[in-house]
Design a protein around this ligand. Sequence first.
Ligand SMILES: NC(=O)c1ccc[n+]([C@@H]2O[C@H](COP(=O)([O-])OP(=O)(O)OC[C@H]3O[C@@H](n4cnc5c(N)ncnc54)[C@H](O)[C@@H]3O)[C@@H](O)[C@H]2O)c1
Length: 338
Amino acid sequence: MKILITGAAGFIGYHLCRRLLDEGHQITGIDSLNDYYDVRLKLARLAELGIDAPTDDTPQLRSSRTAPMRFAQMHIEDVAVLEGLFAAERFDRVIHLAAQAGVRYSLENPIAYASSNVLGFVNLLECCRKQGVGHVLYASSSSVYGGNTKVPFAESDPVNHPVSLYAATKRSDELIAEVYARLYALPLTGLRFFTVYGPWGRPDMAPMLFTRSILAGKPIRVFNHGDMRRDFTYIDDIVEGVVRLLDQVPSGAIPTELFNIGHGSPMELMEFIHTLERALGRTAQLDLQPMQPGDVPCTWADTTHLQERIHFQPRVTLAEGIGRFAAWYLSDKNPLKN
Ligand SMILES: NC(=O)c1ccc[n+]([C@@H]2O[C@H](COP(=O)([O-])OP(=O)(O)OC[C@H]3O[C@@H](n4cnc5c(N)ncnc54)[C@H](O)[C@@H]3O)[C@@H](O)[C@H]2O)c1
């Protein structure tokens, strides 16, 4: 199949490109390569896919040296460029991951979230609608559950009280998707990812932040005095879930569905830190902090819907996944090691 992956130089996008190439699909990747975090990591991921670093900022498609993949640096806000790409390529599937991610940064730079996650999303859906794309899968987030206290979080739970602008834009995407499904019968699947970690992960997230500080002998900032639980989900489990959903095209009068993709067993933050300490062979110094605005004390995925539909339950344990992450972090593959 011809598949477009937006955010292809990002953490999840990179892993998904690799997996879908292995399965024999033709991949087109796009990414703005913005500098929200160190661009060297994005370029290193692209290099792993056989894509050379762009030499200019024209949205030109360039071929991989090693795989049936092409890549263009572009912003999804640029609707004319996006329309040109869709008209020329005629994709069978679109997996939309490009977004301004991160809860805490949404307090600093709210406009980036409105621009990428709302305007960019509508641009993308317009292109998909006009070209009659067969199935669009898009990244939502566990953050849509906000401060819900009923756990585990199920897709049928009310999600009307986001606690960060990031969460509000992701919930907006779900509502916008429902409108496109309703009005235009565009098949849309929303993916509520839960705290994803693994090799090539994001430098703004706990595994990377903590690892860097622990190895440098610096204290790590532990919010809510460590009284937090996260449903950490290993990247390969996320990718497996997305790949299995690719051909689960929603049907009916309003062809849209939402799925939690999470491990389904939350881990105490302190237990996560101890697991990381064991993998690195070092002890962390803790800088205990109060709760951050926009944060939630617990995330926990109910994966019943996912299991019913694709017979899959994320399975990689934290010890296994953190072991693989630490091995990558300490390897020469990691451009941010030093
Ligand atoms: N990693 C997680 O734990 C997690 C959890 C829940 C949801 N998500 C969502 O999954 C998706 C992928 O997340 P990730 O962890 O790979 O993040 P990431 O930041 O590594 O990847 C996103 C990529 O999108 C690109 N991008 C951002 N704005 C763009 C724009 N306007 N035009 C084109 N490209 C743009 C960035 O350059 C980046 O490479 C995001 O939508 C994110 O919100 C991630």
